[in-house]
Design a protein. Sequence first.
Lengths: 425, 304
Amino acid sequence: MAFSAALRDAAKATAIAFGLFVVMVGLRTDVSPTGALFLRTRWTELAMVCALVFAGRLAIGLWVTPRFLTNAGGSLAAPLAKAGAFFGMGLLVVAVVLPAIPGIGRYELDLAILVLTYVMLGWGLNIVVGLAGLLDLGYVAFYAVGAYSYALLAQYFGLSFWVCLPLAGILAAFWGILLGFPVLRLRGDYLAIVTLAFGEIIRIVLLNWVDLTGGPNGISGIPRPTFFGLPFNMSGDPGTFAGFFGLEPSPTHRVVFLYYLILCLALLTNWVTIRIRRQPIGRAWEALREDEVACRALGINVTNTKLTAFALGAMFGGFAGAFFATRQAFISPESFTFIESAIILAIVVLGGLGSQVGVAVAAIVMIGGFELFRDLDEWRMLVFGAAMVIIMVLRPRGLVGSRTPTVALGQKRSIGSDYVSEGRG
Amino acid sequence: MAYALQQLINGVSLGMIYGLIAVGYTMVYGIIGMINFAHGDIFMIGAFVALTAMVMLVSGGLMEGPAAILLVLAISMAFTALYGWTVERIAYRPLRGSFRLAPLISAIGMSIVLQNFVQVSQGARVKPLEPQLPGGIELMREGTFVVQLSYMQMLIIASTLAVLAIFTWLVTKTPLGRAMRACEQDRKMASLLGIDTDRTISLTFVIGASLAAVAGTLYLLRYGVIDFYIGFLAGVKAFTAAVLGGIGSLPGAVLGGLLIGLIETFWSAYFSVQYKDVAAFSILAIVLIFMPTGLLGRQEVEKV
């Protein structure tokens, strides 16, 4: 762009920025000690923001425009796709040996556990959104069902984690079917809003059913998981993990154990998804995503197909929830707000809808990146939201913009995800 | 009886606010087929701009009373409209023609941005504003219970009706409205016939945002406390209202808003306050099961 044009453009952007920020940044209402509101002016900050917008816009106009324009939208030939399977294997190897890598301490492992939880949730939701093409905005409800199932079963019946884990999955799947039934006839955004409403209903019930769930105070003292019956503690008795294996008792044992637990759960999700995509039901999901009418014409039972997708996705959400409860040892409805659903959905979409490696990469980028900006405090969510917008605008088809078709005639070649329909579910 | 009448008044005035926000959702949905998730936060921005303007006018001693309220309404509409325009320009326009979920995620990101922007710039504490228009007229007295229609509620109902009347005129009678309806029916055809679709879509966002600003201002004046988080719940409820009325249908949005407002008020009055949202959402689910396109929505024709 010519300099004068870029300058004009930047001036225009600055004028708009001034309009946007003059009230929200230039002025601030505060509550005085007497309880009345008063106005504070911050013209320097306003001037700084405007200058920043001017400089940024000018820089974009002068240098970035041509590349930016040619790049936008072209999500084919993603660099990751070339590495393809190798990249996925590399990630897996790193994940498996992570606790043994020197320099990986407690903090890094905790972060890795968090990332893996989201990877698992992303893979679970991927079944519903990426494969079956049903837009679910209330996935966190199943996460909550799983977490509360374990917490309540442990609290009232004293059941152990290993008994509760499958139960939590089954209960979540049951709720998935329960939600699935009424929404079967709905499509697209009607489905989205009902699932969102369902997520909110579950949260409100958890919040207000104080006798059972403790309401806003949540449930604390949820039992920690045991190593097949051997608890982790510092006493070093023969009945504990460290004592049984003759190790020095250390708090990292539990963290490493939790890490491998969630890694196994996540890999199980991945494995089931990959396997099931080759089964008739998996093919039916993908067919449903591509064209529901054609599916019905070919005699696929749409009801069962949708319900299994909901149930299976919900089941993995339930597993993740039970894991979350045992890891935190404390849960409250606070952890299951809509924003969680939004983050999981964002991970799935940013990962390129249906791409397993993509979901993992997106979870690492989003959750790891979120953690990197820990020092920014209240600015952190702002950066997070902005990152979501920017990634979406630059790469609308997600970070991994290509994938291998499940079925192919002859040799399998990866295709751009532009060719994959996103479903009208 | 008197109690029910009072609840009816409260429900209608709340429903009007939801209706105003719902119109913005339904308009954007009709034209570009996306859920504008940031719309609830645009409503919140409207309330904050109105708060700042109100404090400036009243504590600055410049004006007060109804004149100040009208001026605040105008200021809030102008600035919030700019936000609506910018959000569309930054987050949605580059994704025009992309697949359906991309603008949705971008909208969720924008909603997070707006919320946290206001939290950072205006603080996380709730802002209480003293009542600007106290008093009201007494409609009926039954024992000790007095049914009151407050001036504030009259203002809400009157200004909503006025704004909706202007809006209806805009959509049905002006060239802009015709362009909007054309884009809604078939965007490609509209652009072939010489309609600047980008401009029409931008203006749709501007109009939607200014309606949300009216709702935000009225909400601020009616309830007197706002914080950066009010947009989420109001947005979800308004979207529920839009879906209930049949998304894409403008009278449906207002009808849905009124219904949600009434359900919520009556449920809190007669059953339990905690579960009022559950009631609203459950009724949405029930209505959609039996009428999958909402109350006034058009039946979707399936093309094979």
